[in-house]
Structure formats: structure tokens, C-alpha cells
Design a protein around this ligand. Structure first.
Ligand code: UD1
Length: 375
């Protein structure tokens, strides 16, 4: 990996969107705790910029302010990816990093990896090897391509190694390290905001008989009027059995309004909240009877919290949450969701915390990186 020992440039650590922050926070802490590593420089691409998707999570996670913000904002996939690349290149030139560290599968992850690899700088990809086998998901393309050009691939579950091997990645590049998202969860668990406080502040007093938490933002569920209408009608049906609190992404809110569907979200047993802070969301999930989601990270967090999760998608790139954890992939057909709901509430079998989801993943990643790059 080059002559890095003589001239160790910074570790450029990239974040772009909400699910990156809880992964990078523990990594940054681990990197900066070691004086014998080059400085870790935090680069924010600006893919997410709304205070509730961005600033609030930085505060909750005690993530330091980015050293550099590229301010790219929203755009089509091509525009957003191209703009991150264009603005990241001069940062690379200025810092001459010894490594670029990327997490997850958002557009910023791929864009910065591409710039780095073309400049001959090693890329470390945290959360490598996850595959939904659904190439209609933009994240799946980002995962496959980022893994192909990464030098250090850190995985959260063993199935990822089979996926990577199938794609021709040498075994020596793969490192089973565990889940950094769970590092954040365990680190902040005791500071979670009690659910009653969050519900009360939102005017959603459900009377203490349990509640479900909903998040929904995948293009496949919210970008087409009929798909979104179907998703919302399912929520109305579930809400008749269990009151629901929906923390909605701005993208979903915009689609609900744009397609004239807001009536479907009005009901005494359905509370719509803006995106929540990390500590509020942690509290809401931890105390929930059930979580319904199309998010990737929430499938993992509910497994770590032992709270039943219904994933409103046809697939998951995180199979360990099903085989070992509390997740059920129920698709988007109402009958299947209601079946899943019944099965989830009936319990069923002991659930385990997946291997190495122990709160120490960022330290393992740091130690492997140090050995690989600086010997
Ligand atoms: C991105 C990630 C997705 C992740 C999600 C978490 C990609 C391809 N997708 O999706 O994997 O699960 O973040 O939130 O990278 N918007 C705002 N405020 C913001 C940012 C976005 O209102 O701060 C709205 C804009 O209308 C924008 C839309 O959300 O066009 C989509 O934003 P974008 O960053 O493209 O993707 P997400 O849906 O947020």
C-alpha cells in the first residue's frame, strides 16, 4: 500500500448523510484517541443539510464539527455524485491523505472513494459487503462499486464475506470487525430520551398501551403515488391495532403533500413527527412494541435493542438481523404485513445479539487500519 510510513498524511473521514453520522462518530473517537496515528480530518459532503437531519444528530452524537464542508446539497444522483467528486478532489490535493475512510452506502460514500482510488490513495470502507441483490436500489450500486475499489473492507456480518468473495475481492482485504452503528447505540443508550417525553412534546399521548414506531423514506415506497398511498393505507390499518408514531424524512413529507395524501396521515392513533434527534429516536425505539421501517440501520438498531422490527421491503442487505435478530422482512402487501405484525407480537424463539456487535468495533477497525497502513 505504498510508502506511507515515511510520510503519513491525514486520515480523511467522510460523511454525507444522516446514516453516516452514527457510524463515523465512534470511528473518529477511536482514531483521535491515538497519538501515533495521523490526524483524522472530518469531511462533510453536505448531502444532508436540514437541521433535523444534520446539525441535531451531530450534537446528539457529540460528533465534532466537520473540518471541511463541501456543501453539495440535493440533486439527481448524477449531479450529486459528480458534485461531491468535483469538490472533494481539491481537498485530496491539499491534504495528501494516507487513507480515505468511508462508511455505508450513500452517494457520498461512492463519490469520495472514486476520487481517492484514482489518486492512488487507499480507501477503507466500513460496512462493506452488504448486498440486497436489488440493483434498483441506488445504495446497492454504491455498495458494489465502493467495495470493488476499496483496500480495507470492514464487515458487520459474516455473510458479507461470501458476497465479497463472489465478486472477486481477495480475502486478505476483508476484515470482520462488527458494527460501528451499535458502538454508537451502546455508547448513548443511557442518555436516550424517554419515549413518554418525546410523545408528549409531539402531542401524541397514546395512553400508555404501547405504540409502534414508523420510518419510511425509500424511493420504492414513497416516490410513486400508488406505492405511497398503499404504504400509508397499511399504516392506517396497523394503527387500528397499535397506535403509531411516524418520524418522517423530509422527502416523504414532500411526497405526501405533493401527491395530496395528507388526509391518510390524520387520525388520533397516528402521530406524525419530524425527523427525530438520535437520542429521541433511541428512546422511542427502545420502548416501542414494534418498529415498522424501510431503513437499513433501524433493522440493526432494533436487533441490538431486542425490539421486534417489520421491514417494509422485499429484501434486506442485513440478513443477520433476520437469522439472529428481531427483524422480519414482510414486503409491502397488506396481508403479509398484518401476518408479520401478528407473528412479531407473538414473539417466537430466543433472539441473540449478532457476533461482535459489542460496542468495540471502532477500536478493532482502528487497530487493523494502523497495522495495514503504518505497520
Ligand atoms: C439518503 C441515502 C439513503 C439513506 C438516507 C437517510 C443515497 C443514495 N441515499 O437518501 O441511503 O437511507 O439518505 O436519510 O445516498 N432532503 C431534504 N433535506 C436534506 C437532505 C435531503 O429535504 O437535508 C430532501 C431533498 O428533497 C432531496 C431528498 O430529500 O432531494 C433526497 O435526498 P438525498 O440525499 O438524495 O437522498 P435521501 O432520500 O436522503
Amino acid at each position: 500500500m505504498g510508502n506511507l510510513r515515511d510520510n503519513p498524511g491525514a486520515l480523511l473521514c467522510v460523511v454525507g448523510a444522516r446514516p453516516n453520522y452514527m457510524k463515523m462518530a465512534p470511528l473518529l473517537r477511536a482514531f483521535r484517541s491515538r497519538a501515533d496515528l495521523p490526524p483524522a480530518v472530518l469531511v462533510h459532503t453536505g448531502q444532508h443539510y436540514d437541521p433535523m437531519l444534520n446539525d441535531r444528530l451531530f450534537e446528539d452524537l457529540a460528533l465534532p464539527r466537520p473540518d471541511i464542508n463541501l456543501g453539495v446539497g440535493s440533486g439527481t444522483h448524477a449531479v450529486q455524485t459528480a458534485e461531491v467528486m468535483r469538490r472533494f478532489e481539491p481537498v485530496m490535493d491539499e491534504h495528501q491523505p494516507s487513507c480515505v475512510v468511508v462508511v455505508g452506502d450513500v452517494n457520498s460514500t461512492l463519490a469520495c472513494s472514486l476520487v481517492a482510488v484514482k489518486k492512488g490513495v487507499p480507501v477503507a470502507h466500513v460496512e462493506a459487503g452488504l448486498r440486497s441483490f436489488d440493483r434498483a436500489m441506488p445504495e446497492e450500486i454504491n455498495r458494489i462499486l465502493t467495495d470493488q475499489i476499496s483496500d480495507l473492507l470492514y464487515t458487520t456480518e459474516r455473510s458479507a464475506h461470501d458476497n465479497l468473495a463472489r465478486e472477486g475481492i481477495p480475502t486478505g482485504r476483508m476484515h470482520f470487525a462488527g458494527n460501528v452503528m451499535i458502538d454508537s447505540l451502546l455508547y448513548h443508550r443511557s442518555r436516550a430520551v424517554p419515549a413518554a417525553r418525546t410523545l408528549q412534546a409531539a402531542g401524541a399521548g397514546f395512553g400508555g398501551a404501547g405504540y409502534g414506531v414508523v420510518t419510511l423514506h425509500r424511493p420504492s415506497n414513497v416516490d410513486e403515488p400508488e406505492a405511497l398511498r398503499a404504504s400509508l393505507e397499511i399504516l392506517c390499518e396497523v394503527a387500528q391495532r397499535l397506535p403509531l408514531v411516524c418520524a418522517l424524512h423530509p422527502r416523504t413529507v414532500a411526497r405526501v403533500d405533493g401527491f395530496g395524501l395528507s388526509e391518510l396521515l390524520k387520525g388520533a392513533r397516528l402521530a406524525v413527527l419530524p425527523p427525530q434527534g438520535y437520542l429521541e429516536m433511541l428512546g422511542l425505539m427502545a420502548e416501542a412494541t414494534l418498529v415498522l421501517t424501510d431503513s437499513g440501520g433501524i433493522q440493526e438498531e432494533t436487533t441490538a435493542l431486542s425490539v421486534p422490527c417489520l421491514t417494509l421491503r422485499e429484501n434486506t442487505e442485513r440478513p443477520i438481523t433476520v437469522t439472529c435478530g428481531t427483524n422480519r422482512v414482510v414486503g409491502t402487501r397488506p396481508a403479509d404485513i398484518v401476518d408479520g405484525y401478528r407473528a412479531a407480537l407473538a414473539g417466537g424463539g430466543p433472539r441473540r445479539i449478532p457476533e461482535l456487535w459489542d460496542g468495540r468495533t471502532s477500536e478493532r477497525i482502528r487497530d487493523i487500519l494502523q497495522k495495514a497502513l503504518f505497520g
